[in-house]
Each structure stands twice: as structure tokens, then as C-alpha cells.
Design a protein around this ligand. Structure first.
Ligand code: FMN
Length: 114
């Protein structure tokens, strides 16, 4: 997650997170919007008609009818260290110094949600 993301703002204080993987093409348009618009500027759940339901093992909600769900407990956060980065990658992907923070999660539940 890059520092600039609203998602990072939310996850940085969280104990857990969920990953909802759409398995049907129905989500193609929603994915394109969710992956390019920020939750700071719009309520993605409402505007994309995504229904959230409680997770089974975590506080984080999951997206209903999304296909495949992972519920994870955050075990480790690792901000990317620019010192160790190859210059070409730094120039190509991080010229604005908006680095990624890596989140490692233990999978507490994995199931199909249909
Ligand atoms: C296929 C795809 C993968 C993406 N992967 C990441 C990622 O790993 N980390 C990240 O910070 N942004 C990633 N993005 C970009 C964010 O989804 C995008 O900036 C989004 O608007 C962030 O929304 P937010 O501000 O509500 O978090 C990805 C976008 C797409 C389309």
C-alpha cells in the first residue's frame, strides 16, 4: 500500500484486513473504478453497489457475493526502504517518493462467499 492511499490511512491503525477477490466478470467495471478513484472522494461501496458483510474471524468486513475471501490478521508491516532500491525502479515508480508499505497477514479464514 502506498502512503498516499486512503486505504493505507485505514489499515495503518487496524489489526486485520480482508481481501475480497471477484471471481466473476460482473465486477470488472467496479474494479476499474475502485482501482483508480480514492475513497476520500467517493463512497465506493455505495457508488459501486458493493454490499459489505461482517467477517467470520476478523473485525474487517468483506464484500458480499465477491467470490473468494481472505480474512487476515496483520502480523508485520514493512515500509519499503528506498536505500535498498535499484535506481531504475526508484526513478520509474517512486519519483514522487510515495513508497509502498508491505503488509503481511496470517490467513485466519479463506472461503467462497457465494
Ligand atoms: C490492478 C490494480 C492494482 C493496484 N495495486 C495497488 C497496490 O498494490 N498498492 C497501492 O497503493 N495501490 C494500488 N493500486 C492503485 C489504487 O487502487 C488506487 O490508487 C486507488 O484509487 C486507491 O484508493 P484509496 O485512496 O481509496 O485507497 C492498484 C490499482 C489497480 C487497478
Amino acid at each position: 500500500m502506498r502512503y498516499s492511499r486512503y486505504t493505507h490511512e485505514l489499515i495503518s491503525d487496524a489489526q486485520d484486513f480482508s481481501v475480497s477477490v471477484p471471481l466473476e466478470n460482473d465486477f470488472k467495471k467496479s474494479l476499474a473504478i475502485a482501482g483508480s478513484k480514492s475513497g476520500r472522494d467517493m463512497d465506493k461501496f455505495r457508488e459501486l453497489n458493493l454490499t459489505i458483510t461482517p467477517g467470520q474471524k476478523t473485525e474487517a468486513p468483506v464484500i458480499a457475493n465477491c467470490g473468494l475471501i481472505y480474512e487476515c490478521r496483520i502480523m508485520y508491516r514493512q515500509p519499503l526502504d528506498p536505500e535498498g532500491l535499484d535506481e531504475t525502479i526508484k526513478t520509474r515508480f517512486y519519483s514522487d517518493e510515495d513508497y509502498h508499505v508491505l503488509y503481511f497477514g496470517e490467513i485466519l479464514a479463506c472461503y467462497k462467499n457465494d
